[in-house]
Write a protein that binds this ligand. Sequence first.
Ligand SMILES: Cc1cc2nc3c(=O)[nH]c(=O)nc-3n(C[C@H](O)[C@H](O)[C@H](O)COP(=O)(O)O)c2cc1C
Length: 258
Amino acid sequence: MKKVTAFVGTGRTKHTYYAVRRFLDNLKQLGGVECEIVALTDYQVEMCWGCKNCFKKGEEFCPLKDDRDALIEKMMTSDGVVFATPNYSYQVSATMKMFLDRLGFLFHRPRFFGKTFTSIVAQGIYGGSKIVTYLDFVGMGLGFNVVKGSCTTALDPMNEKERQKIDTIVSAHSKRFHAGLQQPQFPVPSHFKLCGFRAARTSMRVMLNENFRDFTYYRDKGWFEADYFYPTRLGVLKKATGSLMDKVTASMTGTRES
Ligand SMILES: Cc1cc2nc3c(=O)[nH]c(=O)nc-3n(C[C@H](O)[C@H](O)[C@H](O)COP(=O)(O)O)c2cc1C
């Protein structure tokens, strides 16, 4: 049984919830999945003030005391994670954004490897596809294997034609995600992901030291010597690309330091 948790960032149970519930029901019908909806509004999620203690010293030094760690734990104990939000002013809702900011340090020290991610956006008219692209990028930055999200469109009240269109979009999305859940958990990284890892780890190695949690985290994970975040078999071309990225990043960050 795979556990899928949807984190929903809206204050009302309308179109975003409609898409999420339908998505999760489809997954259950496709089989082997149990689901939970986490309404972010039921949790205390404080606004990040930008002290960067989490980046520099460690997340336990965050001055905010809220439900951040309980929400992260819910993600850690899931096989699949969905971030769902309405389109507010061409972006995620403030509820969702505050949650994402509380996860900021995890972009520096990603940990959701082997888990599958997707996004659901509900909009009235326009702009939601870019939010899907943004959230899918967020998922990648957190370490997830990302399945392309979906955007549904409806105005109040939703008419029958809109409902049918939404059902079709969500149905295709749930099939895509269900297939993603069955894929290898630790795939060979793309060139893009590999370069991202090598650039991050090399710049941390060159620019930071033991006084920084990012540095000690990477060191303790063995990431300064590793091919990638997790054990993988790189082909000749990717090995070469990785080494080149290490060298280029070292020379660029070294120059910045001097
Ligand atoms: C403050 C606010 C800003 C919005 N901005 C946009 C927008 O930029 N583009 C859009 O297509 N819809 C926009 N909408 C409409 C919502 O995305 C749409 O009603 C959506 O279905 C709301 O999701 P919900 O039913 O789950 O609350 C906005 C709605 C609100 C309340």
